[in-house]
Structures are given as C-alpha cells and as structure tokens.
Design a protein around this ligand. Sequence first.
Ligand code: UD1
Ligand code: CA
Length: 498
Amino acid sequence: MTQPLPPGATAEGGVAAVVVLAAGQGTRMKSSLPKVLHTLGGRSMLGHVLAAAAPLAARHTLVVVGAGREAVEDHLAQVAPGAQPVLQEQQRGSGHAAAVALAAVPDLDGPVLLVNGDAPLLRPETVTALLDAHRAAGNVLTVLTAEVDDPTGLGRIVRGADGAVRAIVEERDATPEQRTVREVNAGVYVGEAAPLRRALGLLGEDNDQGEQYLTDVLGLLVAEGAPVGGAPAEDPVDVLGCNDRRELAARRRTLNDRVLDELMRAGVTVVDPATTWVDVTVTVAPDALLEPGAQLRGTTSVGTGAVVGPDTTLVDTEVGAGAGVVRSHVLGAVVGPEATVGPFSYLRPGTRLAAGAKVGAFVETKNVEVGEGSKVPHLSYVGDATIGRGANIGAATVFVNYDGVEKHHTTVGDHVRIGSDTMLVAPVTVGDGAYTAAGSVITTDVPPGAMGVARARQRNVARWVQRRRPGTAAAKAAEAAGDAGADAAADTRAEASE
Ligand code: UD1
Ligand code: CA
C-alpha cells in the first residue's frame, strides 16, 4: 500500500501538468478514510490514477486535497513524493478544485491533464490515447467519454446534430431527454492551460448542487467557438468511477481479473481466478502455479515452478523457483528455491529460508535464517535465530527469545539435531553437529559434537496405580500385565534414555 509508484517513463510530447482532483470527502463511502485512500489491488485509488498518468511525464503533478488532507498528504509523501498537494480550503466543486490547482502554477503553458481521483481502473494507454486525440484534433479541451449501459449518476455528453460535443450536463441538472444519453463524462480531460484557466474563472454555481462544475467549462468554451471534443475510451470499463463500497468491490474485482489475465497470458497457471487475488505490484514467473485461495500482495514475487496455495497469503514475500507454500500466512519473508512451507504455518518478517529448507506444519517463525536443507517440521516457534545447514529442529521446539524485557539471539550450527520439545533459552549457541536431548531446557551453550541434556532423570514408582487407584481399569490392566514390579518394594530409577 505504501510502495512508491514506479517513475513515469519519459513519453515524448507529455503534458505540462497533471491535476488530480482529490479534495472531495466521498460521502457515499461512509468512511472516516478519505475516498481516494481506499485501496484495491495493492494501491490506493489515488495511487492508481497517478500511475496511469505517470507516462505523461508531467513537469508538475498537482493533487488537490481538502477533506482528510493530512492523510492524503502523508500518503502522497510515501507513494509519490514528487507530487505537490494543493489545498482547496472549501469543497466548492470540481471546477473550483481545478482552478485552485492551476493557481499554484501561474506560468503554466501547454496541455494539462485533469483527472478525478476516484477512477482507479484508468490505464496509461487510455490517458495517452486521450492526449493523442486532443493533439490530433487541435482542441483547447478534450474530454474522455464512455458509452455505458447504466449512466446513472454520471454527467451526460450532449452532442449537436453534427455530432460535435456541445456540453456536459450533470444528471441532476439534466432534462429527461438528456438522461437517456448513454455517453458519459469519464472525469478525465486534457485542456490547454491558458484557455482552461480563463474558462474556469468564468464558472458560476447555478446548478442543483450550487457548485462550480468543471464540466461547465466545456460549454463555456463551445460558446466562445473554441475547438472542443470528446474522445471515447476504447474500453469503457477503464473509466468507471468509484463512489461507494459496492463500486469499490466491483472495481477491485475488475482490476484483479485484469492482473490475472495478464499473468495467465504470460504462462502462470491460475486454478481458480475467482478466489485468487494478486496486487498490481506483484510479479509471478511463468510456470508458477497459483492454487485456489492464493492472495499475493505488495512486493511479493514468485519464481518459476513455485506452487502457492491453496489458501495462502503472501505479503512482501519472495518465493524462489520450485518452492511451495501451502495454507500459510507469510509476511516479509524469503522462501528460497525448492524450499517448502506449510500447511498451517505463520512466517513473520525477517524469515529467510535458504534453498531446500523446510518449515512444516504449525510453525511460527520471525527474524530467522534457516540454512540450506534445514528443517523445522512441526509445531515450533523459531524467533531471532540463525540456523546452519542440514539441521533438524525437533517437534515442539521453542526458541525462547524474550526475557520479558529484551529479545535475544540463538545460534544453531550446521547439521545440529535439536531433540523434540527442546527449549532453547536465548542467548545460546548449539555448536556444529551437536545434539540436544528431547525435553531439554538449554540455557548454556552446547559445544560442537556434544549432546546437551537438561532435564530431570526419570523415576518409576512401582505399583503406584494398584496402590493409589485400586479397582480402576488402569489398575486391572496393570495386574493383567503381570507383576513386573512386584519385588521392587522401593522406587526404581530408569536408565536415562540418552
Ligand atoms: C464527476 C463529474 C461527472 C462525471 C463523473 C465521472 C463533475 C461536476 N461531474 O461527477 O460529469 O460523469 O465525475 O466519475 O465534475 N472534487 C474536489 N473538490 C470539490 C469537489 C470534487 O477535489 O470541491 C473532486 C472529488 O474528490 C472527485 C472529483 O473531484 O475526485 C469529482 O467529484 P465527485 O463529487 O466524485 O463528482 P461526480 O459526482 O462523481
Ligand atoms: Ca465521482
């Protein structure tokens, strides 16, 4: 969510400025978060819009902020530090927002892209095509339009008998006849800075909302006889806005379908596109396999031949070639080539599995290096540790890293065998080739090759069950087993099982 956006390619003949209108509250979202900060596909809506405009290589990128401005400005500083926030104190309409932005760059000359901040499906190709159409027609203003099945709530494009664009009419101000028009304003415009600035200065507020509509600029320029046009988007889906949570879900689905289509075209197997979610920032190599319920987020990358899922979430994680992660939750980790994870494990930031390493079932890891071919097969917590190569960590081992105040490090050498249910109380080192006995609480270093034993010896209290639990099924079973301990009046000590 906070990844910096990729730098824009330097397109020839870009624009003088990109202006993103993002000051509105987005009331219909019913959210404390400003609308443009809602995310889909791993980016905010605002981030998607900025990414779409990036190839225009604008000298100025201005983002009009107002409602929730601090949050929007913080977000911009993270994802697009080159963009300049411009404050619109009062939300007096999209036209007023555009005028405020242009006032921040008084010497601007040439084409300006104006775009609503709530158009997350906008693609660079769509924006570039609009600019090309604007240039080819020699317009002072060109609006991106779209033919949609349901134009409810959108501004209608009013064309004259000759087919030329005459005006944009908002739905609430439209006549019944105008409402039947299905060609709508996408909320993306290219205008020449000087005439645009002048026309914005003429905007009134004589409409149903009492706002200065950016859309009225078009009619004003037409009245002056200036060349104005409408360029239909190649794919109307690209320009769909996002005003409430239902639309957000629908846009997210569309965006995800796009990402998966691209992956499949590139040779990735997606078993169930309906339940597989991949952020736009993720990379997946050909011949990787995504099982149902795979979610790949952030900077995650998956290598060739790797299998992810079913039911696995990877966030900012690198999965190497041929690796497998099944039914697990993985954050900020590196899973080396041919390494395996899961089912049912939780890998936290700083986990690095070398080639061929294994983290099996019900294991939690954090800030740990697991060496080549080493295994943590079952039911363990492994935190703040370095594990060498070829080691085996027995079931139910705990790396006891926290003394209640500070975290401490554990080092486990090459080819170590940690016995099941060992507590490794950090800071502690188990040397190369050493073993620990099952059930040990290891508090001091184990030298290379040594067996660390740290547990009470076993003692058997003979005939305890028959004496203390007479008449029970256990006592009867013990009797039936024969009286192996009959002559042992005293307690016996069992051989230590080391
Ligand atoms: C707008 C268009 C409509 C178009 C639709 C496409 C206007 C008047 N109408 O309608 O023709 O079909 O987009 O999605 O522009 N904003 C500000 N400051 C303000 C008011 C709005 O920055 O004072 C920003 C909003 O944050 C938003 C954009 O301008 O990103 C558009 O405003 P919104 O209220 O969403 O307009 P719509 O009703 O969707
Ligand atoms: Ca809108």
